[in-house]
Ligand binder design. Structure first.
Ligand SMILES: [Fe+2]
Ligand SMILES: [Fe+2]
Length: 278
């Protein structure tokens, strides 16, 4: 993927901002790289509990997605690091990736434990990541190279979130039990928090795809309370998951609603009506 030209880069950035954006994409790359192993472990867990083949297929495809995400993120880091050092592109210096700590790989002891882990890592983690990507894309200025990268990440992360939700649905149908998470924040608190103004991001960092920590925190709270809690409660009681409603009428509410819509669309593609006998 071509990461854009120097003509697209805003002129009012500092050396520190460019280095900081490069470091953020490097860290994102390391996190994406670690996700490859997470999905490999997840596919083993699904096999262990004789999961529906569509879930196992989704886990393997997601691992391949994460390998591509790691490469894209490292490419972005190199691109931005070049800008920070010289004001012009430099050769990709490569990124050091340490050995994988195989001693950390532990499979869940029961279907319920696997479902709980999937809820925490997949439903909460990937749903929140999808909302952050929608928000970051909507905040981009100009013809940033981050745009194409983040749109590709969004379409994949929405599918990964849907895979996690579909796994919960399948696990509950097969007897898994989860402790329902309490709603940490009441609806009126969500609306009040969304009304306060976030600190403005620097134009360069926005161009490079970063969103402020205050925005991340607000998105996370909205995802949890308006999306994740209602969906897990629906699945645990055998109901259908529905579109998120009563969202604040602002960029945060719009981002969470759009991410939930994308995930819902992917979730509806999973069907467990075909009986499988192994
Ligand atoms: Fe990813
Ligand atoms: Fe992912």
């Amino acid at each position: 993927m071509e990461l854009g030209s120097l003509a697209d880069i805003p002129s009012d950035y500092t050396e520190h901002e460019a280095a900081s954006a490069a470091e953020e994409w490097r860290l994102r790359g390391l996190s994406e790289h670690a996700s490859i192993a997470s999905f490999s472990r997840f596919s083993l867990e699904l096999m262990r509990f004789a999961a529906h083949p569509s879930l196992i297929e989704g886990a393997h495809l997601a691992a391949i997605d994460e390998a591509r995400h790691a490469k894209l993120s490292f490419d972005m880091a190199s691109h931005l690091r070049g800008i920070s050092q010289t004001g012009s592109k430099i050769a990709n210096e490569g990124v050091h990736i340490g050995d994988f700590p195989v001693s950390d790989v532990r499979l869940s002891a029961s279907l319920s434990a696997m479902a709980t882990r999937t809820f925490e890592e997949g439903c909460m983690g990937e749903s929140s990541a999808s909302a952050r990507l929608v928000f970051a894309i909507s905040s981009l200025q100009g013809d940033s190279p981050s745009g194409a990268v983040m749109r590709e990440l969004l379409s994949d992360e929405a599918r990964h979130a849907a895979l996690a939700w579909a796994t919960i649905k399948w696990a509950v149908l097969n007897g898994a039990t989860l402790t329902m998470p309490p709603s940490r924040v009441k609806q009126d608190q969500i609306l009040n928090s969304a009304a306060s103004k976030p600190a403005p991001a620097s134009p360069f960092l926005t161009w490079a795809g970063r969103i402020p920590e205050s925005a991340t925190a607000r998105l996370h709270a909205l995802v949890n309370d308006a999306w994740v809690v209602p969906w897990i409660q629906a699945l645990l009681t055998g109901s259908e998951v529905l579109a998120v409603v009563n969202m604040p009428k602002d960029k945060f509410g719009d981002a969470v609603a759009e991410a939930a819509r994308l995930v819902h669309e992917e979730f509806n593609k999973f069907s467990f009506t075909t009986a499988v006998t192994v």
